[in-house]
Design a protein around this ligand. Structure first.
Ligand code: SF4
Length: 518
């Protein structure tokens, strides 16, 4: 994924690791309705995992804890990408230790990337944690809690996802979504790239795609529940299906399943043995009830013309592309092992803008990667200015123990220098953002209503197809999830103001829906 960034790159080996402590007591025996709370850190992938954890816990009879009410089960879904993630986790665990001491029967679960990476560390430093589980066995959360009640605290971290049985694919789990009309759909987990700053390949494993037919069926089920917008999630969505080809060829390994791979909605003809991401975009866009399709993130080196064509000819696919740059310097890109040059990136960007009318483009940029010189940084500045981004996530490089780049301490950029560069980059990004938002003034835009504006509750906020926020006055309430047209009357750095023209589609979702992904 190109929006998740720094971290460890060391594999843990291949065998599943299960470490149990058989001595602990069983805390919970009764049928009293218990409650749960999930605290999520990190990217959309973690947020989606949290939805699945919520779905599994609710399927097991737990209820969400009310605001301000202590939960019986607290799940920390961790991320090892953010700076000081370890310290923050152990700080939170220290606090939960005293809460648990005062609340017998409370259970603590640590899940996510940090648990995957530091499995033994969590157990050693916080032995009162009931369950430590990794990124590949989220689906076992309820079973592991149950096991820990019987036999005491346990750690179960798998080194790879289970690939032999599609039913065990990590997205094939019940989910509870906070927002009923939007859904993330994980199309792929893991990453086969090896960016020098990134933890993802070591904590999420090799790329593994969910079969095409199952994904289309999952989106059909979501649409039947009133979901109108889906975001297809993957570390490198453009390479969706590459592993399916390999699996289909491996007949003798038992992975061959043309029906599951092809599924409904994909007519490959005779030319290809497997679906491309472009096929998936078209098939998901064609699902009855789906009005918007988004995706994140494509890798610039793998952005193919067929994806751009599918974006252009599938009306449901929104005019927004998040295309992570990371650096505009060829030598830094090479050190990062990104697999493209600045020229190649710009060529892909030009192709996308030429192919998809009215395309908004956002990006990620890392400043101060080890060895970045002033000339390297100026190349990034120049590229950012040329790219005219609609927005950017910008980060100062910070080493993460175990990543390849973290070992290059002799090349670390002085922090004050990096901060100054960041200020200069932000000025460039903000210039193009301001222009791109101002360009919308006078247009009629379709928005999906999100609810009252956070800053001014007398207004409503909606999101355009380009993923831009518009705040506007409404004569009456409009249900969240509905669609309306807005005339844009003003703009700021990262929002627009507008006047309601008309409501074009009333939301039909139930207020909160449990979803069983297929
Ligand atoms: S290693 Fe994979 S997930 Fe990490 S930044 Fe590179 S492409 Fe994205």
């Amino acid at each position: 994924m190109c929006r998740a960034y720094y971290g460890r790159h060391g594999p843990f080996g291949c065998a599943p690791a299960i470490f149990g402590d058989e001595s602990g007591p069983s805390f919970y025996d009764g049928p009293v309705a218990r409650t749960y709370e999930i605290r999520t850190h990190g990217c959309q992938m973690n947020e989606h995992d949290s939805e699945r954890i919520a779905g599994l816990l609710e399927a097991d009879g737990l209820l969400p804890a009310g605001p301000g009410t202590p939960a019986d089960v607290v799940v920390l879904n961790t991320c090892c990408i953010r700076e000081n993630a370890d310290n923050k986790l152990y700080g939170t665990l220290g606090h939960l230790k005293s809460v648990k001491a005062a609340q017998p029967g409370m259970e603590i679960v640590v899940a996510g990337c940090l648990a995957q990476k530091d499995r033994d560390g969590v157990r050693e430093r916080a032995p009162y944690v009931d369950v430590v589980l990794g990124t590949h066995n989220v689906g076992r959360v309820a079973e592991l809690l149950s096991e820990s009640r019987r036999s005491g605290p346990l750690t179960e971290v798998l080194d790879a996802a289970v690939i032999d049985d599609h039913a065990l694919f990590p997205t094939a789990l019940p989910a509870v979504r906070d927002v009923a009309y939007l859904a993330w759909v994980t199309i792929q987990i893991g990453c086969d790239n090896s960016c020098a700053f990134c933890i993802v390949p070591s904590v999420r494993g090799e790329e593994m795609s969910k079969p095409f037919g199952e994904l289309v069926a999952e989106v059909e089920a979501l649409a039947a529940d009133g979901v109108t917008e889906v975001t297809l999630l993957g570390q490198n969505v453009n390479s969706y299906g590459r592993d399916l080809t390999l699996a289909m060829r491996a007949d003798d390994a038992g992975h061959h399943d043309h029906v599951a791979v092809a599924g409904p909605g994909w007519n490959s003809g005779e030319r290809r043995a497997r679906p491309l991401f472009a096929d998936l975009l078209r098939a998901v866009g064609a699902v009855d009830g789906i009005r918007r399709v988004r995706f994140t993130s494509p890798h610039p080196k793998d952005l193919r013309p067929d994806t751009i064509l599918a974006m252009a000819d599938t009306p449901e696919v929104c005019e927004h592309l998040h295309l992570p740059l990371q650096s505009g310097s060829d030598s830094v890109l090479s050190a990062m092992r990104r697999g493209y040059t600045a020229d190649r990136y710009l060529e892909r960007l030009r192709d996308a803008r030429a192919g998809v009318a009215d395309l908004a483009v956002t990006t990620d940029i890392i400043i101060g990667f080890p060895g970045e010189t002033e000339a390297d940084f100026e190349a990034t500045l120049a590229l950012a200015a040329e790219a005219e981004y609609d927005g950017a996530y910008t980060f100062i490089y910070s080493p993460r123990t175990g990543t390849e780049a973290a070992a290059w301490s002799d090349k670390f950029v002085d922090h004050a220098v990096a901060v100054a560069r960041m200020d200069r980059l932000r000025a460039v990004i903000e210039r193009s953002m301001t222009r791109r938002y101002a360009d919308r003034v006078g247009r009629i835009e379709e928005v999906q209503i999100e609810g009252p504006s956070k800053k001014d509750p007398s207004r409503l906020t909606g999101r355009t197809r380009q993923n831009k926020l518009v705040h506007f006055a409404s004569r009456g309430p409009i249900r969240s999830g509905s669609y309306a047209t807005i005339e844009v009357t003003g703009s700021g750095l990262s929002h627009m103001l507008g006047e309601l023209v008309e409501v074009t589609h009333q939301a039909t979702h139930r207020t909160r829906i449990p979803v069983s992904a297929i």
